[in-house]
Design a protein. Structure first.
Length: 245
């Protein structure tokens, strides 16, 4: 009895399917669900910063979703007086730089960036040294009293163009408004130009001795310049705030 019932039910199902085939069967297509990927908005931003380049202002605009171009201007002047090894120093540090950087944001969202570009490097260092008149000093291998030396004036200047590479955080925000920024990198300024001049009473009292002093000062200048060649990088650490608009 079970076999007959099963046969009847099967026949009815097949008949129904064959009948539906002639009239058309509704086919359902299942499409894949597309999840939108968040993309970085193309917002410009401005920033105020402070750090080893001084105090600066910058402006950045997007080239596409991952690359921004950034312009900045920095400057500061610092004066200090100190005494070391019985020599009085007056030091003036002048910071002035202007940069053009390309920022690459490797992620579709987020503010981490890789930066490369170049700076106009107008940084200078000026110093005056007044030795103690009663103390003897070794200058270029010769011994002079502070009174004989008088006063030394020196300066350090750097090449006008300095390549830059670094990393940072900031800009490329997904919303408008205030944000935080940081840059960490190095300026490559190659060789430095050192000048060193002496103002000594020997110039009138003993011209021959003054000529020797000038030669010894020149040796000191060259040694200082050679020492600075071992440090061709200037560290850059800048912290600031940004406003995306």
């Amino acid at each position: 009895m079970k076999t007959v019932s099963t046969t009847i039910i099967t026949a009815l199902l097949c008949s129904t399917l064959l009948h539906a085939e002639g009239k058309g069967v509704v086919e359902t297509e299942i499409s894949p669900v597309e999840i939108p990927v968040a993309q970085r908005p193309l917002y410009d931003y401005m920033g105020l910063k402070a750090g080893t380049l001084g105090v600066g202002i910058e402006y950045a605009m997007p080239l596409n979703r991952n690359f921004f171009v950034r312009f900045n201007l920095n400057g500061l002047k610092l004066d200090t007086d100190k005494t070391k090894e019985q020599i009085n120093y007056a030091v003036e540090l002048g910071l002035l730089s202007a940069g053009v950087l390309i920022d690459y944001y490797p992620m579709d969202t987020g503010s981490f960036r890789l930066s490369a570009g170049a700076y106009y490097n107008g940084n200078t260092l000026d110093a005056s040294a007044s030795p103690d008149a009663t103390v003897n000093y070794d200058v270029g291998g010769s011994i002079y009293t502070g009174a004989q030396i008088g006063q030394l004036d020196g300066s350090v200047e750097f090449p006008a163009l300095a390549p830059y590479i670094g990393i940072g955080y900031g800009g490329g925000e997904s919303h408008k408004g205030w944000g935080f920024s940081i840059d960490i990198g190095v300026l490559y300024h190659t060789s430095s130009d050192v000048e060193l001049k002496v103002s000594s009473p020997l110039a009138t009292l003993d011209p021959a001795a003054f000529s020797q002093l000038e030669r010894d000062i020149e040796q000191e200048r060259q040694e200082t310049e050679d020492d600075l060649e071992d440090f061709p990088f200037y560290p850059v650490v800048m912290l600031g705030v940004t406003y995306t608009f």
